[in-house]
Design a protein around this ligand. Structure first.
Ligand code: XIL
Length: 381
């Protein structure tokens, strides 16, 4: 009888508790947990920026709770901002700036100079042949002045130059370098500094753990420093997998980059759980575009718990390193909000089902989020 009464009263109690309007449990966001260490960023698709549908709105709630630095996944690239000469399309980038302000988040500019997602007209002369150095220089100057001018004082920092290095640390033979010559790097940083003297200026690339590429990045920074041209930081993109890269190499790069006197950022972090298609698929060469082969797409019906666990351990291993070097690291940005949006579903092979980020296809936090919150709490104590 006693038991029955206590059971009944427990029931009544729980119902009355349920009847009370409940505030959502105040789970701290990643941005709060990491506030004393570094910014926690994410990259937004155009749909998310424009709040196109329910999924986009749900993603924006995640952004509000967890992220305090925003990068445009695409809408601030050259082909989006100036698809045809003199025709600027600032709408989506303006919307991202508004979103950043609403969320009290830093806006990161990505990217001013890249050999990808730059329209062919930039490198083409009026006669259809490769444009002259003078013409390309004039177009570069105009693009930087228009774009950086518009957002002057509102962008924390720009990925001025993206992916200028080969894996062996030599300079990539991009159209920029071919047309402008080797001093194109000094030129673009000078232009950027003149357009917005207060903005931080970064060099950004993938596979920056690779010791040869690491040396190449250090050379770029030191040459700029020697010439008295401002450079504020190095971005390590961080498109990783379950079995690469060697975490020791990641840590060594962080230490070596910081030793040049600039800040280090992880700018595009994601961890694919899918089998590697080939060795070129280490890194982030966006020109890779293989057709779907089902043997490389094992988790289209869901992710086995043990694989999710491996990914969580990998993220945790990385964040332990980031926390250990938080005096050198100013920001860690994930390349997307949720698994649905991630470019890794389509790179290097189209149409796979990947699980590369921290929030699932319904924008729910994966277990890894709690693990990262805990790591921050332990490091903060
Ligand atoms: C990717 C985007 O995520 C995709 O949506 C787009 O189709 C291709 O570019 N390195 C970079 C990013 O610097 O801009 C790339 O983003 C991924 C590799």
């Amino acid at each position: 009888m006693k038991l029955l009464i206590s059971l009944l009263s427990a029931l009544v109690l729980s119902q009355s508790v349920l009847a009370e309007p409940q505030a959502k449990p105040a789970q701290p966001g990643l941005k709060q947990a990491y506030a004393s260490h570094f910014l926690i960023g994410t990259a937004l698709s155009q749909g998310q920026i424009e709040g196109q549908d329910q999924a986009a709105l749900a993603a924006r709630e995640v952004v509000q709770q967890h992220f305090n630095a925003l990068t445009a996944e695409n809408v601030m690239k050259w082909e989006e901002l100036q698809p045809a000469e003199g025709q600027f399309n600032f709408g989506p980038a303006d919307a991202l700036l508004r979103l950043a302000k609403q969320n009290n988040a830093s806006l990161i500019g990505h990217t001013l100079m890249w050999h990808q997602q730059t329209p062919a007209w930039v490198f083409t002369g009026p006669d259809g042949k490769p444009a002259s150095k003078a013409l390309v220089l004039q177009r570069l100057t105009s693009h930087i002045n228009q774009v950086m001018g518009r957002y002057k004082g509102q962008v924390k920092g720009w990925d001025v130059l993206n992916e200028a290095l080969n894996e062996d640390g030599t300079l990539r033979d991009s159209p920029w370098r071919q047309i402008l010559g080797d001093d194109y790097i000094a030129t673009v940083y000078q232009l950027a500094h003149a357009a917005d003297p207060a903005a931080e200026l970064y060099y950004n690339d993938y596979n920056m753990n690779n010791p040869e590429k690491r040396q190449g990045a250090i050379r770029i920074v030191q040459q700029l420093q020697k010439a008295g041209i401002p450079i504020s930081g190095i971005g390590m993109q961080g498109h990783y997998g379950l079995d690469y890269p060697d975490l020791q190499q990641v840590e060594d790069s962080i230490v070596a980059f910081a030793a040049t006197g600039v800040q280090v950022m992880i700018t595009e972090l994601d961890i694919t759980v899918l089998p590697r298609v080939d060795d070129k698929a280490i890194g982030a060469d966006i020109s890779l575009n293989q057709q779907l082969q089902q043997q490389f797409n094992p988790y289209s019906q869901g992710l086995p718990a043990e694989v999710a666990k491996l990914q969580q351990e990998r993220f945790s291993g990385l964040f332990r390193i980031f926390l250990r070097h938080s005096d050198k690291i100013s920001r860690v940005t994930l390349w997307g909000v949720n698994d649905q949006q991630s470019w890794r579903n389509d790179w290097p092979m189209r149409g796979r089902t990947d699980y590369a980020l921290l929030f699932d296809r319904q924008n729910q936090p994966k277990a890894v989020v709690n693990a990262l919150l805990q790591l921050a709490a332990e490091a903060t104590r």
